[in-house]
Design a protein around this ligand. Structure first.
Ligand SMILES: NC(=O)c1ccc[n+]([C@@H]2O[C@H](COP(=O)([O-])OP(=O)(O)OC[C@H]3O[C@@H](n4cnc5c(N)ncnc54)[C@H](O)[C@@H]3O)[C@@H](O)[C@H]2O)c1
Length: 385
């Protein structure tokens, strides 16, 4: 399933927009695993960049990666710091596992380099605060890799909320689930605590949180009651060909939470990498004038799972309006993510997916982990940066 998800990102039929190739941005890639493939596939469509360097902790991995991608081997480094120290870079893609997002991003920003960091932003709220501090101090851009936001249907959800059609929003329900989808296509970096830090909650949970929080304007989270478990990931029978993965599994495969947000909004959330159910339910937005149903996605290919349905009263009659979905364009979401980041770097614009919003996404994830660990509701305090 995981390969299938990535394959959707690979093809793209959108014409490459006209860009100024007068100055080529020098790009470095940190981490040459699975997701770096999607970054490279998008970068090679951008005529105004050159990939000058790549770093990976695993010796020989960069060379193999370049061969697989059919691109020349650039300067190769054994880690992010030696690459940043030795190259004049304009920007880096941080394509490492979650545990090293913060250190790689902060190091790059401290050396005056713009950063596109893969999702989730990091592992803890403390790291997210440090990343944002480094970004602000540097005057450079730190954008977080939430490409589903760039899908036309996701934008439509936000447009509907902003139109006022739903009235005052008081409840949002989001989440997603796979019946059998613990991501181990290329090894165990997603499931080990020392590389991933958090499981389904951060991997796909961050997307479903972003879908609705972005739509309703990212209200500040205040308190959370969270739960997480790992019944499937720790069961050797889950992996018939790799029962040893169960021993390595050190994260969550299911999480649920009830979060209070500023503005008297309740967020009801659940996410699963594995469960005995086909879906955790559709996403819902309830407002005083209307409600919106967003059919569950295939968790997560970046789009919605079917037409949006608006529930509202028209002249006193309970009515449902189906909003026709836009053509699925998942193939281009990675290109759009990279292109919008490069344009922001060149024009000195705001980051396309800014940390001032995603810090709340990370704060909720951090709060769910803290609450689950202590077994009660906890406060969420996001320091001003
Ligand atoms: N946006 C998306 O659709 C999407 C999809 C899949 C994964 N991701 C995210 O991408 C990230 C990476 O996932 P992946 O599957 O490619 O992981 P991976 O384990 O396949 O690759 C990560 C690579 O980073 C390298 N690395 C780690 N720390 C490093 C450092 N300090 N310097 C240099 N190299 C370093 C590792 O050696 C490894 O080769 C994860 O955070 C994941 O959540 C995003």
């Amino acid at each position: 399933m995981a390969d299938d998800i990535l394959d959707r990102f690979k093809e793209g039929d959108e014409e490459t927009a006209e860009v100024d190739t007068g100055k080529k941005l020098k790009i470095g890639i940190i981490g040459t695993g699975w997701i770096a493939e999607a970054h490279i596939a998008a970068y090679v469509r951008c005529p105004d960049i050159e990939i000058v360097a790549m770093a990976d902790l695993i010796p020989g991995k960069v060379e193999k990666f370049c061969k697989k991608m059919g691109i020349p081997v650039p300067h190769v480094y054994p880690d992010h710091a030696s690459m940043i120290d030795n190259e004049e870079l304009d920007a880096v893609s941080v394509c490492t596992y979650n545990r090293t997002h913060a250190e790689c991003s902060i190091y790059a920003l401290e050396h005056g380099v713009n950063v596109l960091c893969e999702k989730p932003m990091c592992v803890t709220l403390e790291e997210a605060v440090e990343m944002r501090r480094a970004e602000k101090k540097s005057g450079k851009i730190l954008s977080i890799g939430f490409q589903p936001r760039l899908d036309g249907n996701m934008k439509m959800i936000k447009k509907i909320v902003e139109s006022g059609e739903l009235g005052k929003i008081y409840y949002i329900q989001t989440g997603g689930g796979r019946r059998h989808g613990i991501p181990t296509p290329y090894g165990t970096t997603f499931i080990e605590d020392e590389t991933a830090g958090i499981g389904a909650l951060a991997d796909i949970g961050c997307y479903s949180l972003d879908m609705l929080l972005n739509a309703v304007g990212y209200p500040k989270p205040l308190t959370v009651t969270g739960y997480k478990s790992a019944y499937f990931g720790t069961d050797p029978s889950y992996y018939p060909t790799h029962p040893e993965y169960a021993e390595k599994f050190g994260v969550d495969d299911f999480a649920a939470a009830f979060v209070r947000l500023e503005g008297d909004i309740i967020l009801d959330f659940r996410i699963a990498w594995a469960m005995h159910m086909d879906t955790c339910g559709d996403a819902l937005i309830l407002g005083t004038k209307g409600g919106l149903r967003i059919p569950s996605t295939e968790c997560w290919n970046g789009t919605i799972g079917g037409p949006l349905v608006l529930y509202h009263d028209v002249a006193g009659v309970q009515t449902q309006t189906v909003i026709p979905p836009e053509e699925k364009d998942t193939g281009d979401l990675f290109y759009k993510k990279i292109r919008s980041f490069l344009d922001a770097c060149k024009n000195g614009d705001k980051a396309p997916v800014p940390t001032e919003e995603i810090i709340y996404n990370q704060a909720i994830i951090d709060g769910i982990v803290r609450s689950a660990n202590c077994g009660r509701e906890v406060e969420i305090n996001v320091p001003e940066v």
